[in-house]
Design a protein around this ligand. Structure first.
Ligand SMILES: Cc1cc2nc3c(=O)[nH]c(=O)nc-3n(C[C@H](O)[C@H](O)[C@H](O)COP(=O)(O)OP(=O)(O)OC[C@H]3O[C@@H](n4cnc5c(N)ncnc54)[C@H](O)[C@@H]3O)c2cc1C
Length: 615
């Protein structure tokens, strides 16, 4: 008879279990696997703070389940919210359907635990689901909107005070996002940056207790440097509309209190009739079998299983590993194989503090911080998608975190943003710059047997510059005909010059600009240096718009002077393409142009304010 396996929850534990089952039971026609989740996507929980803090859109961390399980058609997906379990009839009862099961795995995760603190439910925000993250994000925007039209400075400051309660990884990652977001919000809503304040309240005297003192100290230093006020060793007694009350009696005026101080089991499972332990987690044995229930398993944040006197940590690796153990033991139960006891193996912790800084303690030996810690965090996320064979999601992750990123919010300061195609212009810009540099150096040093433009021979092939007696510059004139803005096209067919002769009107202008040999000598030297400078500026990405425009002008001048080949006319479309901000990706314009823009803007218009009033 066909056996029905039902997994509830497509989080890290559920996905890990479903994949293990689908792989191992691929050929078993007598087994059906169903994965049911209230959402049609897997929420990448570890990045919730990025959504709440406006770094990425909510869609960026919703990974479509059909894509994840494309390779595993054995896993049937169901989108529905599970309400209860009927163990006698062996049924999972959801809002819109009932599923029969022979083996059941509960992997429904956790939720924020407010320990019954008064006012948290009504007035604080949490961060343990995509809905909660979106709610917090929208609220922060709303608070800024309200602050922008608020005339009372005290109320405005309270609206702009964002307080995170709890200094575990969720809390610190959230405040990190706010550090990055505040300057952007201040600009968008024309608010004074100094009126914003960021606070962390923690009952313990330390932060980030899962890493070593070394990381804690670095994280503390970074937070303080960024102006975060840390209130340590003080708990929250209650939350009211507009006020956070602390155990010490202190009151913080704030409309944004984010509660990250605890996790408990998903309360949807409260009536599942399985013994509960601390924080409502469902008790299971070492095989992840639910206590007192046959063929029912629990995994992830939801399970309570003690290893070395400690419950399994509520982290991704524990979720995946408990999910794997449960799956293995379901297979053992079906096939009569040997059961496997859970053995946790954790590689450490990585905590991001905003998009550019992080701390990590890995494998109980490696201490990382800053860029490296963040780079490793991105790498681990990519490895996760690789581990679930989701190449589509590798692409999606890179797109969301690097190529589509706004406001420079990644470790590369947004230079990887492909908006405006700046990133893909970098090789073209460097190549174009190298061409100019090469041409300038060739002229300077007289490479390939040409006359140096820095010497005392005139190289311009213009009649009026020839010495009437000696005919000097004749030789140079001959040579120039072959190496004018040439990049050496002397092999193969003789390339065609744009104009063989200078038009009369242009000659008249040139005669004014270059009336005699002395001026011509000066001009040819200046041209050489100019070409070198153009090359270097393009390679460095400095003033690329201006320089590109200059190159178009020079091409026009060279062409009219009878010194430019048609084959090099690609200079013009390339210069036009580079004018689209090509210096802003891996180029100095990335810093220089906004700096100039800001200075000019302030100089011309003054500082924008959120409320204008008569002086
Ligand atoms: C902001 C934040 C940052 C974090 N950072 C890290 C980190 O850096 N490293 C780390 O290791 N861990 C981190 N964690 C913890 C980690 O995300 C969790 O330990 C992990 O998600 C637990 O996996 P899970 O499968 O048990 O539950 P979840 O991932 O929560 O999945 C539970 C699933 O069950 C579904 N579900 C719930 N109720 C129902 C229902 N009634 N019916 C149907 N489906 C339901 C949900 O939709 C969800 O898909 C972080 C958590 C947060 C919130």
């Amino acid at each position: 008879m066909t056996k029905e396996i039902v997994i509830v929850g497509a989080g890290f534990a559920g996905v890990s279990a479903a994949r293990t089952l689908a792989k191992k039971l691929k050929k078993d026609k007598e087994v059906n696997i169903t994965l049911i989740d209230k959402n049609s996507f897997h929420t990448y929980m570890t990045e919730l703070h990025e959504v709440a803090g406006g770094r990425v859109e909510a869609n960026a961390i919703k990974y479509d389940l059909q894509r994840i399980f494309k390779k595993y058609p054995k896993v049937q997906l169901v989108t529905d919210k599970v309400l209860r379990i009927d163990y006698d009839k062996k049924e999972v009862i959801a809002e819109h359907q009932t599923l029969k099961f022979d083996y059941l795995l509960l992997a429904m995760g956790g939720e924020a635990n407010d320990f019954g603190t008064p006012g948290v439910k009504e007035h604080a925000f949490t961060l343990w689901s995509i809905e909660a993250a979106e709610r917090l994000h929208d609220h922060i925007l709303d608070a800024c909107q309200r602050a922008a039209i608020e005339h009372d400075p005290a109320k405005r400051r309270a609206l702009l005070t964002f307080t995170v309660i709890g200094a575990g990884f969720t809390g610190i990652e959230m405040i990190g996002e706010l550090i990055d977001w505040v300057p952007i919000l201040a600009k968008e809503y024309k608010l004074d940056k100094d009126e914003f304040s960021l606070k962390v309240v923690e009952a313990m005297p330390t932060i980030l207790n899962m890493v070593t003192e070394k990381e804690q100290t670095k994280a503390l230093r970074y937070l303080k440097k960024k102006g975060v006020e840390l209130i340590l060793g003080d708990g929250v007694s209650s939350v009211e509309e507009g006020t956070l009350n602390l155990a010490s009696g202190k009151a913080i005026p704030t409309y944004t209190a984010v509660w990250t101080a605890g996790v408990k089991a998903n309360t949807d499972t409260a009536d599942f009739e399985i013994e509960q332990a601390r924080a409502g987690r469902l008790v299971a044995n070492e095989f992840m079998e639910a206590k007192g229930k046959e063929n029912v398993y629990v995994a992830g944040d939801l399970v309570y299983y003690e290893e070395n006197g400690q419950p399994t940590p509520q982290i991704v690796q524990a979720a995946e590993q408990t999910g794997h153990t449960a799956a293995h033991n379901i297979i053992a139960a079906i096939t009569g194989g040997k059961k496997e006891a859970f053995k946790g193996k954790y590689d450490g912790f990585m905590v991001s503090i905003g998009s550019k800084y992080g701390v990590a303690f890995l494998n109980n030996k490696f201490h990382l911080s800053g860029f490296l810690a963040m780079a490793v965090k991105h790498l681990i996320n990519l490895v996760y998608f690789l581990s679930i064979s989701s190449f589509y999601n590798i692409g999606a992750y890179l797109r969301h975190e690097f190529f589509d990123i706004k406001h420079k919010r990644n470790i590369f300061g947004g230079m990887t943003s492909s908006k405006g195609n700046n990133l893909w212009m970098v090789p073209l810009r460097v190549y174009f710059g190298s061409m100019w540099l090469f041409e300038g150096l060739k002229k300077a040093f007289g490479w390939f047997g040409t006359t140096s433009w820095l010497g005392n021979d005139i190289v311009f092939p213009f009649e009026w510059l020839k010495d009437p007696v000696s005919g000097a510059s004749e030789a140079a004139t001959e040579e120039v005909a072959h190496q004018i803005f040439a990049l050496n096209y002397t092999y193969g067919e003789e390339p065609m010059q744009v104009l063989k002769e200078m038009p009369d009107w242009f000659e008249a202008i040139m005669k004014i600009m270059m009336p005699n040999q002395d001026v011509a000598l000066f001009m040819q030297k200046m041209m050489t240096f100019l070409e070198i400078a153009i090359g270097l500026a393009l390679i460095a990405g400095l003033f690329v718009w201006l320089i590109s425009a200059l190159t178009i002008m020079l091409v026009a001048m060279f062409s009219l002077s009878g010194m430019f080949y048609w084959v090099n006319m690609w200079f013009v479309p390339v210069a036009i393409a580079l004018m689209n901000g090509a210096g802003r990706a891996f180029g100095l314009d990335y810093w220089v142009m906004p700096w100039i823009g800001n200075k000019l803007d302030r100089w011309i218009y003054g500082k924008p304010k959120h409320i204008y009033s008569k002086k």
